[in-house]
Design a binder for this molecule. Structure first.
Ligand SMILES: [Zn+2]
Length: 195
């Protein structure tokens, strides 16, 4: 028994065709090879859309199962950590190379991340910081980077009231941040200097 594929026109044994309930012979019109090729082309063409779709689905699943996921992570903390360590060890060079490239393209984002971690450690990031606030802060880091590149001098984002000041401590919030030349910041250290 054989059948002609309506795509490539070749006569192939019926095993070369997938099932299809809507056709009279119950077999797909295209052979498996043609079908596979079509799927591949579809995937290539819609890669970004498919990725977005999967990401959104993962997010929805995560929200739906957050309690279960948390419980699983708690129970398997050591195992997961070990797996992470193993993965990192095996991919160390790749991770390093990836970060190096990312750093080259996103020095401002990196500075912002470092500042965020530092502020979090000092517990100077208020819980009411909105997404918009964070975007505003990121903009300051981007501005500092642009000024550094255009002037050839080091510009940094400075906390007007230092996060850990001698007398008063400021917060990691947009209104407490300004873009200044590094020399001023270095001299200032953790003293509050009105400029
Ligand atoms: Zn075919």
């Amino acid at each position: 028994m054989s059948k002609v594929c309506s795509k490539c026109g070749e006569s192939k044994p019926i095993e070369a065709f997938g099932k299809n309930r809507t056709t009279t012979d119950g077999l797909a019109k295209w052979c498996k090879t043609c079908k596979k090729e079509k799927d591949k082309q579809y995937y290539i063409k819609n890669r970004e859309k498919i990725k977005e779709y999967k990401k959104e689905k993962d997010k929805q699943n995560y929200i739906k199962n957050i309690e279960k996921i948390k419980e699983y992570r708690m129970k398997n903390k050591e195992k997961l950590l070990e797996r992470k360590r193993k993965w990192y060890k095996a991919n160390k060079e790749k991770v390093k190379a990836f970060f190096k490239e990312w750093l080259k393209n996103n020095p401002d984002k990196h500075r912002h991340n470092v500042a965020l971690r530092r502020a979090a450690k000092m517990q100077r990031t208020p819980c009411w910081l909105t997404k918009n606030d964070k975007a505003l802060i990121q903009r300051k880091y981007t501005l500092a980077q642009k000024k550094t590149e255009s002037t050839g001098e080091m510009w940094v984002v400075d906390h007007i009231l230092p996060l850990r000041g001698e007398l008063v401590s400021g917060f990691h919030v947009p209104s407490n941040l300004r873009v200044i030349k590094h020399t001023i910041n270095a001299r200032k250290s953790n003293k509050f200097v009105p400029v």
